[in-house]
Design a protein around this ligand. Structure first.
Ligand code: DSN
Length: 423
């Protein structure tokens, strides 16, 4: 049963209730290893499902365009105050609807169409909104992109420096979606300072690790920080932009009225709840366990002959190049999913294959760590992954079904927040 239960949905819209419950059961029965996903607490779920969704609040606390903000104003202020305290920043805007809109607001605040932006290219581990050509950020701005070194699989800081000195971007993005190694914020800050660029750290993937002290913070190095709230940070789907006091007004104006209408107040409340959770000692332990699990899983995968981009991980994320296993990312991800191991296919640096049928697999440990798995379980997870990939190559659906059963048996001993077996 969903927690909190959804009896009214069940009586007024049984089709939707059935899909909600089926998805909850699916999340219960799979080892969820998509590195940008997690399980939020029941408190976050409750806050996100409240009457706050009924209210329009265009503007900011104390200066809104609608009346009736007696409780929304302190709520949004609490969320922003908690973000500022947790990340050690002067200012936080908690209104962006998600990560891409948060990044777009940065463009609107600091760039004019045609200006140069520099970011990590998507196939190298960056994000669409860091200037990739199919994104508005690559179409409306002049984008120059850096990548990783072929020999190390790590961000090529020489290339970053050369490119920044040559192209003089107004904004440099660091961060991305498939970076298994620590981001060197001080090195990026030095390059940005040398070239007169504004450094923006997109910490969407690692925000929870930073909050929990398991990854260095960009605060003090990047004057602007964007993040989603639903990945390692374990909040609702949403985003924040944090900054030094100097950039606060420009960013606020870019979010509203520049880009968005009314903030999603129910999401703001859930973000506030998640930020409070992330300030607790238990969350520090969680963040460190995420990294410990990823390191243990990486070691076990290497032992089983998997080729990891950069040779391992420093954070929550592992990028596997499956070429040596003789299978592409997509069929592997589909077989793994049937085996109860949820991952996503992904390009690897210098991938000779296409993005919709790439060579790699992206996995991570935020969700399985929330579920309660620890280092001792990681060799078994690696074994199942290896067996499922071999079974896919042999088209052995019986083996895949056997693994799915074993995964379900293991997970039955690890309760899931948000759902419990029952009616
Ligand atoms: N979709 C997110 C991820 O999976 O990393 C990035 O936007």
């Amino acid at each position: 049963m969903h927690q909190p239960p959804v009896p009214h949905v069940a009586s007024t819209d049984p089709e939707i209730a059935e899909l909600i419950n089926a998805e909850a059961r699916r999340q219960f029965e799979k080892i969820r290893m998509i590195p940008s996903e997690n399980y939020v607490s029941v408190a976050v779920l409750e806050a996100a499902g409240t009457v706050l969704t009924n209210k329009y609040s265009e503007g900011y606390p104390g200066r809104r365009y609608y009346e009736g903000q007696q409780f929304i104003d302190p709520l949004e202020k609490l969320a922003a105050d908690r973000a500022q305290a947790l990340f050690g920043v002067d200012h936080a805007n908690v209104q962006p609807y998600s990560g891409s809109p948060a990044n777009l607001a940065v463009y609107l605040a600091f760039l004019a169409p045609g200006d140069t932006v520099m970011g990590m290219s998507l196939p190298m581990g960056g994000h669409l909104s860091h200037g990739w050509p199919v994104s508005v950020t690559g179409k409306w701005f002049r984008s120059v992109q850096y990548g990783v070194r072929a020999d190390t699989g790590r961000v090529d800081m020489d290339e970053v420096s050369d490119l920044a000195h040559r192209e003089r971007p107004r904004v440099i993005y660091c961060g991305g979606t498939a970076i298994p190694r620590t981001i060197d914020f001080p090195a990026f800050a030095e390059i940005a300072a040398d070239t007169g660029a504004l450094l923006v750290a997109d910490i969407a993937h690692i925000a929870g690790l930073i909050a929990g002290g398991a990854h260095p913070s960009p605060a003090g190095y990047a004057p602007v920080i964007t993040t989603t709230t639903h990945k390692t940070l374990r909040g609702p789907r949403g985003a924040m932009i944090m900054s030094t006091a100097e950039h606060a007004a420009a960013l606020d104006k870019a979010v509203f009225p520049g880009l968005q209408g009314g903030p999603h107040n129910h999401t703001t409340a859930a973000i506030a709840v998640a930020l409070r959770e992330a300030a607790r000692p238990e969350f520090r332990a969680y963040a460190h366990q995420v990294v410990a699990n990823a390191k243990a899983l990486a070691a076990a995968l290497i032992e089983r002959g998997f080729d990891l981009v950069s040779g391992g991980t420093d954070n929550h994320l592992i990028l596997i190049d499956l070429t040596a296993k003789g299978i592409a990312g997509k069929p592997a991800a589909k077989a793994l999913d049937r085996a109860g191991l949820e991952t996503n296919y992904n390009t690897v640096p210098f991938d000779p294959r296409k993005p919709f049928d790439p060579s790699g697999l992206r996995i991570g440990t935020p969700a399985l760590t929330t579920r309660g798995l620890t280092e001792q379980h990681m060799p078994q997870v690696a074994t199942w992954m290896d067996e499922a990939v071999s079974a896919a190559l042999k088209e052995d659906e019986a083996a895949i079904g056997r693994i799915a059963g074993e995964v379900r048996d293991l997970l039955a001993g690890f309760p899931m927040v948000g759902w419990a077996p029952g009616s």
